[in-house]
Design a protein around this ligand. Structure first.
Ligand code: SAH
Length: 253
């Protein structure tokens, strides 16, 4: 049996209870070493066989899994954050399905959620935006034309941009050409939730490139853009309003 598990964003305490249990029971662990905090491997059995997938190709990963299956062992395939977001997990699941290998998936806390926590920020705000877009800037990996940052930006939602901090200059250009003001708030969160390593940079479209350069951030960071970051826009929600009734509470005015 193979368990695909989301390790969470970095803090070893941000794996789910179920993920931690599966990790502690696994005979074989294949973890995404480029991003998973190795501290999390302390949950593994001392005798567990541990592989870092950063140095492996798809076929090698499948080979390790197939051998473990033949030996009746349990494997955890540990992905960073949540496996469904830029996890390259679909091809692994498809290959396991094709080979008749049984697997399940345990979700994890994605880094865009850890970034909101680091920023003490709600992404969906009344009167500002009710939508969050998760995307990346096209670079070595292309993004379909219909999803270019310029097109997505026109919706003026909260944007969570993955895998792109080295392309911040291009992002700035795209957003300006989509009509964003230079004063648009932008935040960059590096290693969200990693104990002792997290960095939070808050700025504007016209300052953020310089700020991020000065902080020496060139990877493992998320870019958050949108008016949700602007504290001048705040409106109160209906949910806790005295004028608003809902299933659990009557209005008092
Ligand atoms: N599945 C992961 C994302 C993997 S793609 C998730 O759900 O979070 C790798 C990208 O995720 C990085 O380039 C960076 O943009 C982002 N990332 C992963 N962990 C991060 C963290 N702790 N802090 C900030 N960004 C992170």
């Amino acid at each position: 049996m193979v368990h695909i598990v989301g390790a969470g964003p970095g803090d070893p305490e941000l794996i789910t209870v179920k993920g931690q249990r599966l990790l502690s029971e696994a005979d074989v662990v294949i973890y995404a070493g480029s991003l998973v905090n190795e501290e999390i491997l302390r949950y593994c059995k001392p005798e567990a066989e541990i592989y870092n997938s950063a140095q492996m190709m798809l076929e090698e990963i499948l080979h390790v899994i197939t051998l473990a299956e033949k030996a009746g062992k349990t494997t955890v395939r540990l992905h960073t954050g949540d496996p469904s977001i830029y996890g390259a997990v679909q091809e692994q699941m498809d290959a396991m399905q094709a080979r008749g290998i049984e697997f399940d998936v345990t979700p994890g806390v994605s880094s865009f959620l850890a970034a909101a926590a680091a920023l003490k920020q709600e992404y969906t705000q009344p009167g500002v935006t009710q939508t969050v877009i998760i995307t990346r800037r096209g670079g070595r990996t292309p993004v379909p034309d219909s999803e270019s940052l310029k097109k997505l930006a026109q919706h003026q939602t909260t944007l969570c941009i993955f895998l792109s901090v080295s392309l911040l200059d291009d992002i700035k250009r795209d957003l300006m050409s989509a009509g964003f003001k230079s004063s648009t708030p932008v935040a960059v969160v590096y290693k969200a939730s990693w104990p002792g390593e997290e960095k939070v940079i808050k700025g504007r479209l016209d300052t953020i490139v310089q700020q991020v350069r000065e902080a020496n951030i060139d990877r493992t960071a998320l870019i958050i853009v949108g008016q949700c970051l602007n504290s001048e826009n705040r409106q109160k929600s209906n949910l806790y309003s005295p004028k608003f009734s809902h299933m659990f509470r009557q209005a008092i005015f």
